[in-house]
Write a protein that binds this ligand. Structure first.
Ligand code: SAH
Length: 343
């Protein structure tokens, strides 16, 4: 066995867990904040670099722990400046992250799982099944790696996987992202997107303060059951109840994502039902025109369908953004991530 396997990946600890780890070894707890700063603010790659720790502590850390890191195996850049990073993990699995520059913001879309178990009919990632959860370190290392070459201002858990299906590691990763001694993101700039795992939504809200996005995608249980199997377990009524109960800081809104599938959920009747469903949830709507991919039975909506749907909601004072399919020329758009090189 590789010695790395017996050592602890120190990037799997939240700050309070690192404090516990150190105090268990009879060390001072405040060393944890020093180590965190080295890891996340100075991007240290070895314990030897941590010059404000005693030599003894550095040596002991070296013997019991290691600092993991991700380097992008490939980076592809789209015509619109979107960059897709492919990361190969230590066991040979791979995940993708997508950096989307936009009007002074640089949003990084990160993955939480290799593959996905949710089987949404329209999503390419879903056709690969779940291979495994990412560790906490693998989640934060996507951010650490991309930050080395570009400032990252916002984080969205909208890459591969269902974040709430890997809740423990996602919560821990969020704690590191938000920590003042860690990656120092403001809670306004971190968003978790879910297909609607209802109990986990409540658990997430209890554990951390973050923005929530919900992939609604259908306005009747009949259709949602068909295109998103998760709905058979947590139907619309339960999902919207969970949205209403989610602890939002004042003036914040839940992002309702709505993938528009041509001829399936893109009529004005759908818009009308959508409006009714979300009326008592503090919301903003993201319309995502379906991005086509090989072997998928759905088609993109027409420009006309998108515009009328958008207008219907705007006219009724809903905040709506229609997402342009950023990065679609490099298969980096929503629902196009597969964790493999393009053929
Ligand atoms: N599992 C989480 C995180 C993934 S976010 C979730 O479902 O929210 C990815 C977003 O892209 C989701 O809103 C999903 O509904 C949407 N999506 C999936 N496939 C798509 C496709 N082919 N075209 C456009 N959007 C898609």
């Amino acid at each position: 066995m590789d010695t790395m396997d017996q050592k602890i990946d120190i990037k799997n600890f939240s700050l309070s867990e690192l404090e516990q780890f150190l105090s268990g070894k009879g060390k001072e707890r405040f060393r944890a904040t020093q180590i965190f700063k080295w890891l996340y603010q100075k991007d240290a790659r070895s314990f030897a670099d941590m010059s404000n720790l005693s030599k003894d502590l550095r040596l002991e850390l070296e013997q019991t722990a290691f600092i993991s890191n991700l380097d992008a195996s490939t980076v592809e850049e789209g015509r619109d400046g979107t960059r897709k990073y492919l990361f190969t993990l230590s066991d040979g699995e791979a995940v993708e992250s997508v950096l989307i520059p936009d009007e002074g913001r640089n949003t990084l879309c990160i993955s939480s799982q290799v593959g996905c178990a949710m089987k949404c009919e329209f999503c390419l990632t879903g056709t690969f099944r779940l291979s495994r959860n990412l560790t906490t370190a693998e989640i934060v290392n996507q951010v650490c790696a991309v930050r080395r070459e570009a400032p990252v201002t916002n984080i969205v858990f909208m890459g591969m996987g269902e974040p709430l299906h890997n809740l423990e590691n996602v919560i821990r990763a969020i704690r590191i992202l938000l920590d003042d001694n860690g990656l120092q993101f403001s809670t306004r700039r971190v968003t978790v997107s879910t297909c609607g795992l209802v109990p986990e939504m409540a658990e997430l809200g209890r554990a951390v303060t973050v923005n929530l996005a919900v992939s609604l995608n259908a306005t009747t249980d009949e259709l949602r059951d068909r295109i998103m199997p998760v709905n058979r377990k947590y139907p619309l009524k339960a999902l919207l109840q969970a949205c209403r109960e989610f602890p939002l800081p004042s003036r914040r809104k839940i992002t309702i994502e709505y993938v528009m599938l041509g001829g399936v959920n893109d009529t004005l009747d759908d818009a009308k039902r959508l409006l009714r469903l979300i009326s008592d949830v503090p919301n903003k709507v993201n319309l995502i025109p379906f991005n086509e991919h090989e072997g998928c039975g759905f088609i993109a909506p027409t420009r006309k369908a998108i515009d009328s749907f958008h207008k219907y909601l705007i006219d009724r004072h809903v905040t709506v953004i229609t997402r342009d399919s950023r990065g679609s020329d490099i298969s980096a758009a929503c629902g196009q991530l597969r964790g493999k090189l393009a053929r």
